[in-house]
Design a binder for this molecule. Sequence first.
Ligand SMILES: Nc1nc2c(ncn2[C@@H]2O[C@H](COP(=O)(O)OP(=O)(O)O)[C@@H](O)[C@H]2O)c(=O)[nH]1
Ligand SMILES: [Mg+2]
Length: 392
Amino acid sequence: MLKFGLVGKPNVGKSTLFSALTKNQVEIANYPFTTLKPNVGVTFVRIPCPHMELGKECNPREGFCKGGIRHVPVEVVDVPGLIPGASQGKGMGNEFMDGVRDSQALCHVIDGTGMTMPDGTLSEQRRDPREDIRIIENEIITWFADRIFRDWDRFSKKADSTGERTDRSLGRKLASFGISEKEVALILSKEVFPAKLGLWSESDARDFAEAVFNHIKPVFRILNKADSMDSQSIQQMRASVERVYFISAEYELALEKAFESHLIDSTGEDFHISDKATKQQAAVLARIKEFFRSPEITRILDITGELVQKSLGYIVVFPVVDESNWTDNNGNILPDALLMPSGSTAHDLAFRIHTDIGEGFIRAVDCRTRRVIGKDHILQNSDVIRIIAKTK
Ligand SMILES: Nc1nc2c(ncn2[C@@H]2O[C@H](COP(=O)(O)OP(=O)(O)O)[C@@H](O)[C@H]2O)c(=O)[nH]1
Ligand SMILES: [Mg+2]
């Protein structure tokens, strides 16, 4: 399953964000939660559900559907805090490495108020949050570069002596990081690197590591605690930082809790405050409502969608068995909503369902147009597809 990690220095609000994203979600998601570790939870990508076109409710096997919006589960990991110097072994445990390695994308959580020091302690004065972006992301790249170049001497001597192409040797070396030889070749072609691996300097190594890292782990900058930021610094950050979002994990969590105690009727923007709320509670909730109305602020569930769909470019595909009723063999309507990389073909979908279906692929049907499609047909977001395969 697709997974993204929350990384950042201590005390920026990673765990608060994690709770807000995953609160109560496991039960409603029909998710096999026994397989989850305490720092792994489930959140959702939301897309309009094709069941609306059918005029009948769907029966999701995983995730859920509410108000015509299908909620497709993705995993989120609260990666333990990263402190400067960590790449040199200071406080950087296996947990951090596992968290980064297992995630397809990272959300770098930053204290937008600038009131925490790089080690997570309280700062006496306001610091520039951009410093944290630089320091922490630098740290991750250094760690990554170190991993790639650990046994460089031995590796480069061997590769150079066999005369193998650089992209091929590097591709093999990096295979465990989930990057292909083709992607390595693309990265190598964008900058000038020495032809012989033995001649690479440390800075070549670092540039390469940075390019690889950016390619395999897109990083979103999540400026948290925006409830305590002034609009001027929000504007300034927005103008100077790429892929940046402003959120309040604390307010998100407060809304989740208020919803749980029936003080509000939804956690969306237009919630109604119940009479059960005390005057004080009602005042806080009204302030939160006002805060989230600001166009500068992003709701955390929208970030999941942006990350998975826009940045990673995933699409959601609905495989079915019956092309008229959009059901499986048991009459369940649109039971599966699968996240797949953009560019995936009908054949990829068949393999995703089962190796046997992939191997026995005959043809597929686009259930909206009823057109027969072949192996290489590229799928689009929200496609409803029937696969016809030889069974053994
Ligand atoms: N004002 C404000 N404080 C927050 C927000 N999110 C977290 N905090 C506070 O920041 C501190 C650290 O939060 P925590 O989630 O434990 O950070 P972590 O170390 O990154 O996991 C706690 O005191 C939180 O209450 C937020 O959105 N706004
Ligand atoms: Mg934490």
